[in-house]
Design a protein around this ligand. Sequence first.
Ligand SMILES: N[C@@H](CCC(=O)N[C@@H](CS)C(=O)NCC(=O)O)C(=O)O
Length: 212
Amino acid sequence: MPNQTHAKFVLRTSLTSPFGRKVRIAADVLGLADRIEIELATTVDENDTLRQQNPLGKMPCLLLEDGTPIFDSRVIIEFLQEIAGSHQLIPASGVGRYRALTRATLADGIADAALLIVYETRYRPPMPPEHSARWLAHQRGKIERALATFERAPPDPAHTDIVSISLSCALGYLDWRKPVEWRSQHPKLVKWLVRFTEHTPFYARSRPEDVK
Ligand SMILES: N[C@@H](CCC(=O)N[C@@H](CS)C(=O)NCC(=O)O)C(=O)O
């Protein structure tokens, strides 16, 4: 891979994607935002070049200057951290690294399950107008167990890392799409999100609700 020290990148994402939001926040925290141009992507459009860039048709996808695609959000954040010469978001090694990555995966699982609930409506034929109750309960179970785990041990709100970025974006997605009502049952997480938002101002500036 050519030297990336001064390179510019293209980020294929929508502004409402919780996973794209993770990357946008990470880029801001790492001081790389002005080297990343956002090119909006639409996952339902089969003519969108996203499907050539990432055959899975998922966003976010980062493009290097030579067109090399990098995905998924966690891999992009690893890449951005490396070119920033930082270990702020993901520890370099040791148990701390794998603990952070595991907790970040748990937080991403909330957004994954929430998306699958939203997609169940989007992709289901309109007639007969039936939801698959078992499928929805299966996804809600994942969300509830993951939220309960974070409620017992929220991250440090004064530390912006892969865990807090992933969790804040997952909670932001729950607030926006409302596949479950999470706030009444998770007072510690509600408090955590307020404090995280104060500590990481770009979080508020990247809200999907504000996207026109
Ligand atoms: N593990 C992936 C998940 C990405 C993902 O699911 N993105 C959604 C949008 S928020 C998507 O592209 N969905 C389209 C599809 O699944 O076809 C990541 O962390 O980037």
